[in-house]
Design a protein around this ligand. Structure first.
Ligand SMILES: NC(=O)c1ccc[n+]([C@@H]2O[C@H](COP(=O)([O-])OP(=O)(O)OC[C@H]3O[C@@H](n4cnc5c(N)ncnc54)[C@H](OP(=O)(O)O)[C@@H]3O)[C@@H](O)[C@H]2O)c1
Length: 265
């Protein structure tokens, strides 16, 4: 089957590099810039570079790999170029595939295929994507093909009920982006108090915690002052937190309440 791609992104580059080694070939690479499309084609070694205004017809699979805010607009620009039986996907974790408004009416497959992975580095992502678990959603036809696509990338996926897409994305934000925010505050404490070795201590600690969550589950992974009931430690650290991070002062007690809920729940 042919995969056509709109948007020369790292996500589409990594996924196409993996899929061309399986049952797929690359068709059109659509970009706002002919140079970028040509470079993309050179990087994967196949495909036809085009810009949005050129004359071409999209069949089999279309990946819209553009910023979430542009997916609807790019879909409306490309929809007249779709042939019968096409299957359209985006990679957003937040948006549902219902953004492809008339796809059901046209008898097209539609879906979203969200890699739970950061594509900040192409090299790291290329390796990691083979172990990545995807969140997929779509209409019946779109889902059927989405399963085949992710089967060939990592063979790991969950199917997200369409009304749960925002909750699914929020969970990823809490677990991934908020963790970065907490690591930032930890690093600031090291800096403020002249403690060396942040990178030797905190990232491995976070890694160990995530390993425990994966093996033991959330509740059994809770350790530290709240789990032990060392309330005098909790109180001293509250004062220090509020002194150091006045603009985020409420965060400490909110988090302590969450930890108590885990302990008591
Ligand atoms: N980045 C990640 O780690 C990651 C992880 C999981 C899922 N995703 C999802 O993957 C999709 C792509 O994300 P991304 O981070 O790769 O996006 P991005 O780098 O910001 O943009 C992807 C491509 O979209 C095109 N584009 C940018 N601005 C545009 C505009 N105003 N109008 C039309 N096209 C535009 C560009 O391609 P051309 O210059 O070739 O037109 C660009 O290379 C999103 O739905 C995102 O939610 C991303």
């Amino acid at each position: 089957m042919f995969i056509n791609i709109a948007g020369t992104s790292k996500v589409s580059l990594v996924l196409s590099k993996v899929l061309i080694k399986k049952d797929f070939s690359v068709g059109y690479i659509v970009s706002r810039s002919r140079e970028k499309a040509t470079k993309f084609v050179q990087q994967i070694g196949q495909g036809m570079p085009v810009t949005y205004d050129e004359d071409f017809s999209l069949r089999d699979i279309v990946f819209l790999s553009v910023p979430d805010s542009m997916i609807g607009l790019i879909y409306s620009r490309l929809r007249k170029k779709m042939s019968n039986n096409v299957n359209i996907y985006h990679f957003s974790g937040f948006l549902s595939s219902e953004i492809f408004e008339d796809a059901d009416e046209q008898g097209w497959g539609r879906g979203s295929i969200h890699p739970n992975l950061s594509f900040a580095s192409e090299k790291i992502a290329l390796k990691a994507v083979k172990k990545c678990c995807f969140g997929i959603e779509g209409n019946e036809k779109g889902l059927e093909l989405a399963r085949k696509i992710v089967q060939q990338i990592s063979n790991c996926w969950v199917e997200i009920p369409k009304q749960a897409k925002i909750a699914y994305h929020l969970a990823a934000v809490l677990a991934s982006n908020f963790t970065v925010g907490l690591a930032y505050l930890a690093e600031r404490l090291y800096d403020l108090y002249g403690i060396d070795g942040f990178e030797k201590i905190i990232p491995p600690l976070m890694f160990n915690t995530s390993k425990n969550i994966s093996v033991l589950g959330v509740k059994a992974s809770l350790t530290g002052p709240v789990a032990r009931g060392d309330w005098s430690v909790v109180e001293s650290e509250r004062k220090l937190f509020e002194d150091c991070f006045q603009q985020h002062a409420d965060l400490y007690m909110s988090m302590i309440r969450v930890l108590k809920e885990i302990k008591e729940g």
